[in-house]
Design a protein around this ligand. Sequence first.
Ligand SMILES: Cc1cc2nc3c(=O)[nH]c(=O)nc-3n(C[C@H](O)[C@H](O)[C@H](O)COP(=O)(O)OP(=O)(O)OC[C@H]3O[C@@H](n4cnc5c(N)ncnc54)[C@H](O)[C@@H]3O)c2cc1C
Length: 859
Amino acid sequence: MKSHAKAVVIGGGVVGASVLFHLAKAGWKDVMLIERSELTSGSSWHAAGGFHTLNGDPNVAKLQAYTVQLYKELEEISGQSCGLHLTGGVMMADTPERMDFLRLTHAKGRYLGMETELITPSEAKAMFPLMDETNFVGAMWDPVEGHLDPSGTTHAYAKAAKKLGAEIVLRNRVVELTQEVDGTWNVVTEQGTVKAEHVVNCGGLWAREIGRMVGLELPVLAMEHMYLLTEDMPEVVEFNKSTGREMIGVIDFKGEIYTRQERNGVLLGTYEKAATPWSPVETPWSFGHELLAPDLDRIAPSLEVGFRHFPGLEKAGIKQIINGPFTFAPDGNPLVGPVQGLTNYWTACAVMAGFSQGGGVGLALSNWMVHGDPGFDVWGMDVARFGEWATLRYTNAKVRENYSRRFSIRFPNEELPAARPAQTTPLYDTMVTNNAVMGDSWGLETPLWFAPKGTEPKDIVSFHRSNDFEHIGNEVRATRERVGVTEIANFAKYEVAGPGAEDFLNRLMTNRMPKTGRLVLTPMLNEFGRLIGDFTIAKAAEERFMIWGSSAAQKYHMRWFERHLPKDGSVRLHRFDQTLVGLSIAGPCSRDLLAKLVDIDVSTKNFRFMDFREIAVGGAPSMVNRVTYTGDLGYEIWMAPAYQRLVYAAIKQAGQEFGIVDFGMRALLSMRLEKNFPTWFRELRPIYGIFEGSMDRFIKLDKNDFIGREQAAKEQAEGPKLRRVSFMVDAIDADVMGDEPIWAKAGATDYRTVEAPHGFGAPRYDVTGKKVCGSAAANGNDSSGIRGIVDGDWRVVGWVTSGGYAHYVQKSMAQGYVPAALAQNESEGLFEIEILGRRRPARINIAPPFDPSGEKMRT
Ligand SMILES: Cc1cc2nc3c(=O)[nH]c(=O)nc-3n(C[C@H](O)[C@H](O)[C@H](O)COP(=O)(O)OP(=O)(O)OC[C@H]3O[C@@H](n4cnc5c(N)ncnc54)[C@H](O)[C@@H]3O)c2cc1C
């Protein structure tokens, strides 16, 4: 074993092997993988080996598609078979709601270039004859699904990595990690110490323990998982003989079952409701190539449904039951990337579908380590998406919930109950007493909307407009016509101070820093000119700035800030999290209301739009920004938690004469829609340029050199390919939720060269090398290279990022991205947006429908 390496990958499961392969492929030859036992000694050896591309997050779906495409190349490089069976698969819907879900998934697939198809239960049965199709109302077919040999695949990655120069050390446990002052890692193993620039935690079942070696509690938990294998079945043999095909994979939502052919029988696995964690606190180092004791009682309810839906299975003998542990993060997606607060400590763990995701995880992480950026939008699996609240117990509750809901529908208005409430503000009890329906915002309880007194504060979950619709409308109208108050503790808040503070922010942000007592809105770019942040910044004093941003991105942004902090100590950075909370008042009476709470002149002359003041509000020391996300006249008031009840009580009491109402996050989001305001993580993400995001007003290319400036200047000079636009949609009883395809009528204008940044760029191949997706024929690409689905004169040209009902202007609205050449075209009849699988007319709406001149917020 060598004593130095550029990077040490800890763990030789499918994920570690993939990371090693991708690092070597990216040009880092001096890399090694250290495995405590043999390769695949964690979860990887007993996996069922299924793979698919579908994922709720289109960006993760893209990386899954990459994984599936990679296998052919991997076999060629390594000379090792992955044992691929590209059978295709179906998801079966047993109710109209599940069919809506499949329509939604299918629609999403259209702009990703996926070739899914909605089919009848009988068509599904023709490919999986063991089913009783009368149990189902419909199905969705995906040709890019199948199964492989888990051990062969892991060894294929490893062999390919070795061929590219990487080293693999087996039977050698990493026992300790320490770091030198210069950042070098000492990877202490049973066979000696390796000095490394970078370490990667691919510890799978032991990822938690490898995190603890550096004082990190990663939110990851292993769950027991069972699948069974039947004896040979004559029906299977007969099907193979008569059709010349293998039976397909099937997901049965109702039974929470996945099933497929395995040799001449069937494999059937469940994600049962009685989800059972394995080794919840610590994973024993002695655990090896072992299986857990099967527990058929636990999966009996699923099997009961399964035998009803697939009667052929009931008669089959069970040959073997596999029960093994594998790991999950609280939301079921991997934990990938550099860990905030540590240098060159990387994670690639909690990968629950290693054979669908391992390739994409390896590619993204190696890009990140070698080139400084993952090269994709990997937010959905970024380790930075969890905060300190994701403790061991939180993770336990959430992972169990996630596991048991693996095949359940998550409705767009559905808040999941496990591990809540976690964090609360001092107003939590008051909000609950006020009949608020609470939601989870990055671990913080936040009012979503207020149910009328005497009714149960509860969402009726639905893909359609629901029981909150009328009440959100009332909150919006009262705010727009009088005044409303809402909690805004769920923003990120930072302070940047010191003699180097202004230069630091000027280097990071695209807009000029404000004068003392003023605010600016400013995006932040990475070196590639892509959007990685959007903030409100106040200059509180000569060397002190306050920053507000997206709550969920706190760790993500801290990681970036810390990376760019000057080494000379001239800048101090502080994240408040819940040590600073807030309230916002908005509406035409909000100034008169504020005047009653403060002892200064708040007339526009003295307290202008985009002013910042440190004053007492209702007797509490506060910071006040004259700006709100409602786009109306309004103020954000920030205070220490100890004062929040005092300020709220003062606002409510003084607001009585104006008819003040409480409003929640949903009303706030409805109001921002009618102002065409974007949201972070929906409209603004690292896959878009600043001009694509229509954020032109917030970049000053001539102010000074800042990160991303050169690329942004290039984007401006060449013209953005895409533009973010707002639409009015002729919706019926359901509004867009995000990720719906946008259709345009051909001939509207020239929009040839555009491709979705998270679409499946390259064609996909089946095991025989035949193109199965992304081909011109399959996907409707024409000779000019336009990707996307075509239907007569119409083709998919873009995608929705978010939307909903804009209650004050009484319109269904959507925001999304279309080719720049189409973005100025406000004509009727040019666009359609697919809602729940049905295309509805839509029209671009350039000026915001509420207060287009911005007069209300300025006067
Ligand atoms: C019953 C079952 C069915 C499954 N079915 C599927 C499926 O159909 N499709 C799918 O995609 N996924 C499936 N999975 C999940 C899949 O197995 C995992 O996603 C995958 O194995 C995760 O791989 P990994 O490399 O992250 O972790 P692991 O496989 O757990 O590998 C971690 C490795 O790190 C090593 N290690 C840990 N600590 C140290 C240390 N200190 N020093 C050195 N080495 C160390 C371990 O020995 C181990 O080899 C299934 C899992 C189970 C249990």
